[in-house]
Design a protein around this ligand. Sequence first.
Ligand code: NAD
Length: 489
Amino acid sequence: MGPGCLAAAGRLMLHIGSLINGEERRGDGRTSFEVRNPFNGELVGMVDLATRNDVEEAIQAAHRVFVETMKQLPAHRRSAILRKAADLLEERSEEFAALLTQEAGKPIRDSRGEVARAVQVLRFASEQAKADDGELLKMDSAIGGENRFGLVKRFPVGVVAAITPFNFPLNLVLHKVAPALAVGCTVVLKPAEKTPLSAMKLARLLEEAGLCKGALNVVMGTGQDVGEHLVTHPLVKMVTFTGSGAVGYKIKEMAGNKRVTLELGANSPNIVFADANLHAAVEGLVKGAFAFAGQTCISVQRIYVQREIYECFLEQFVTRVKALQVGDPSLETTDVGPMITEEAAIRAESWINEAVAQGAVVAAGGRREGTLLQPTVLTHTTPDMKVVCEEVFAPIVTIAPFDSEEEAVALANDSRYGLQAGVFTSDIHRAFRLYEQLEMGGVWINEVSTYRQDNYPYGGVKLSGVGREGVKAAMEEMTEPKFLGIRLA
Ligand code: NAD
């Protein structure tokens, strides 16, 4: 048994600390916290918190390695490291998927999907590291610009602080780490307290792929202690955050003149028109509402259905929801697993009860047992109910009828958030109209809001965030354009 592994009831349990300049810091009187499987409460890992000194050293190491190594490392080397990491991750997919299921309670099929996406993110970053950057300018488009030559090249910003949430503990870490390394930045990563194990395993894998020590440092701890230290440190040049709006906007305030990208929450609308393929819409929306127990930022939360097909849609939808397998996330057959904590499940249940007290009707689910909340369908909701206007982040969906296209757009846009929307229609003209009119970072036609591919610009408007991810877009956020002009003699 290697260091960092403890035997617990015949299983391997991880004991980890922080990774600073390639060295793991644990023990020596550091306070520990437990990582428990959200389904059965089993202890999965012990994590030693980073001290204030650890965080300082992590930032200093990232700064030193940026100046001395990463910013000079040629693109073909950065690309090769990321490609090798993708190959290693692919080989170890099953190990990583099992760990995600244990620490996050994610159903094993979804965990495998997350690992497969993470492999792709590494490959996109590897390819993009070698792609052209910058541009050549036509200087003679300006009067008097003759005999001048201009170009723009992009340069890495420096040390990036990456702060990540619990719901995609591997892929959302990679959406920050892979583009940062691709452009030659260094990183101090603070993973979510509830799911830090896969992040550490990934950092080790990147070292094995050839990443130099100190290019990726991982610091364990709470947002207040470790996160705020990172956000306010002068050597950190950019903060890339994914998580809740409350924390995100606080970070933006604290970050001063640092570059900040925020990937935050939403209450995503999905609109089904009478001319849509009903079967495809029902199948997609059920999956998009309840995957990972609705704990996805673009989860289907509000469904608006054209009145002439409303009853028929509702009947088919509820039948499919009642057939979902709820329970142990390690089983191949499980569709909906636990929520991340019992506290989160109790909060979601209280929102259902509050909506019902205000007149909503439970068409399916509504019951909770520990961390398991049954997939819940609510009808007869009103726009001011929390389950409609707030981010529910739970296996709860609301379904309401609409009469006209204008009404559907108004209902969908009636939100403080704007991340992604789904529209189901067979009318191409309507599809383009809705693309223009929906106030979102992204619109899918004949696909659910929950669908995301890792290579397109992804992010929100309104309270859903600032800036874009998706490998190429994140690489732009992590670089500064610098102009060079030459006057020809
Ligand atoms: P959270 O905001 O509670 O925590 C996210 C991270 O921020 C954690 O690592 C946490 O430790 C850290 N943090 C907390 N307080 C901090 C502080 N004061 N300073 C610095 N860091 C701090 O979010 P969560 O519960 O882990 O994740 C769920 C949220 O994430 C949902 O709102 C969801 O919509 C959002 N999310 C958004 C996207 C997206 O791409 N838009 C993707 C996934 C999740």
